[in-house]
Design a protein around this ligand. Structure first.
Ligand SMILES: *Cc1c(COP(=O)(O)O)cnc(C)c1O
Length: 424
């Protein structure tokens, strides 16, 4: 028998941390942010301008509605919702409320059975990916993508393949590249509408084309609609569920962005399946099994959800939307005067957009990451390099911040770019 210390001296511990997902520290969003934050100049007394994360609730002007805080307070005070949520797919009144809320924009009414409540959109994505069961299959995602969508499918053993979004066509999907990426092992495609990171809003015609393409490919359309109704340009928001009679659709959403409460972790994944195809293929059944073994959204927030969805006043939405719209305008106008940058299309929705870097304008900028690093060091402005969303030598800039911070951030950005421009 080995004595007490033999395991240590022979170094025979049998456990080790799982290296998956392989986080490339500088290109993954969290890694990039940590890296940039750790390079801030501590003797710069100006406030840091966070044009990198879509978390407007950090600012005083982006507070949630009193209706939501009151609804949660009432539920907490009632002392009736301190137990586990049952059933695991979510309590019935909350699922019914989501079905009614979404049905307002749909031709076919949803039933509570179509709705599965999740810990925000992120768990909603895990729920549907789990249900699609990854082995040997692949999933198509847009480029540029919402950070996380490049590796969530990998966690579920899918291969990730890309199709392109076209900046010169208002970031519409390049349908040819979508077809080219698909093969007999493709099971689904993911779209984000309104778009993060491109701030675009897909038109009815384009979504219809996407639905028809998905049908011919025999794949599921997963539409991330976390920014539903956060639109302020020409195109209205059209939910993908509108096309469910053409092809089966799963949408995901949450109250994180529109109600400015990402920390409440209340989201949903919804099947739009008027022809019963998803059911026939066991998708909702598998989603339920996933939620049976997963943590569920807090019962308190589930119980407050019907009140929040039904009673939030339009003036709360329009107030928030007006600030974001003003931000988008001043950003788009301002960026025209910044050397080395082009924003191909005016933001029409969501909270972040893509800006192309022309490196030839600058004297000493190597690439997008180097740009963001120097900007953080010299100007205390945090911007996400395009590599972390799949497009190198672009930048992903969040404009939905306090307007005074945005003005300050744009000025620092301009000073920085002028200072680093080649001298004539
Ligand atoms: C913020 C965001 C999410 C995550 O939403 P949660 O409800 O906070 O999990 C998902 N998708 C996109 C496109 C987002 O911007």
């Amino acid at each position: 028998m080995p004595d007490d210390t033999s395991a240590l001296t022979k170094n025979t511990w049998r456990f080790r941390g799982n290296p998956e997902p392989k986080e490339e520290p500088r290109t993954m969003i969290r890694g990039a942010l940590t890296f940039l934050m750790s390079n801030l100049n501590k003797s710069d007394n100006r406030p840091v301008i966070p044009m990198s994360i879509t978390e407007p609730s950090a600012f005083e002007c982006f507070k949630t509605t009193q209706v939501a805080t009151q609804a949660v307070t009432d539920v907490v005070r009632s002392n009736k919702f301190n137990g586990y949520a049952s059933p695991s797919v979510g309590i019935l009144p909350a699922r019914r409320a989501v079905a009614e809320h979404l049905s307002k924009d749909l031709p076919d009414k949803l039933s509570p059975d179509n709705v599965f409540l999740t810990l925000g959109c992120r768990q909603a994505m895990h729920c549907i990916l789990h249900a699609l069961g990854g082995s040997k299959s692949n999933i198509l995602i847009p480029k540029p993508y919402f950070p996380y969508y490049d590796y969530f499918p990998e966690l579920h053993n899918f291969e990730v393949r890309f199709f392109n979004l076209l900046p010169e066509k208002n970031w519409e999907i390049d349908i040819d590249s979508l077809r080219a990426a698909a093969d007999e092992n493709t099971v689904a495609m993911i779209i984000t509408n309104p778009g993060n990171p491109c701030a675009n809003v897909f038109t009815y015609r384009h979504l219809e084309k996407v639905a028809e393409t998905a049908k011919t490919l025999g794949i599921l359309v997963i539409s991330d609609e976390v920014y539903a109704h956060i639109v302020f340009g020409e195109s209205p928001f059209v939910p993908m569920g509108v096309f469910a009679s053409i092809t089966p659709v799963v949408t995901i959403g949450s109250i994180s962005k529109r109600w400015l409460v990402p920390g409440w972790r209340m989201g949903w994944v919804v099947t739009h399946d008027p022809n019963g195809i998803l059911k026939e293929h066991g998708i909702p059944q598998s989603m339920k099994r996933f939620l049976d073994i997963s943590p569920n959204p807090p019962t308190i927030i589930q119980a407050a959800l019907p009140d929040i969805l039904a009673n939030t006043k339009d003036d709360f939405f329009s107030k928030t939307l007006n600030i974001i719209k003003e931000d988008a305008n001043s950003f788009y106008e301002g960026i025209k005067h910044v050397p080395g940058m082009t924003c191909p299309t005016k933001p029409e929705g969501s909270m972040s957009t893509m800006v192309k870097l022309d490196l030839s304008v600058f004297e000493d900028i190597e690439d997008d990451m180097n740009f963001c690093l120097k900007l953080a060091k010299e100007e205390s402005v945090i911007i996400l390099p395009g590599v972390s969303v799949g497009l190198s030598n672009w930048l992903r800039i969040t404009f939905a911040i306090d307007p005074l911070f945005l003005e300050d951030g744009m000025k620092r950005l301009k000073d920085f770019c002028e200072r680093h421009s080649k001298k004539m």
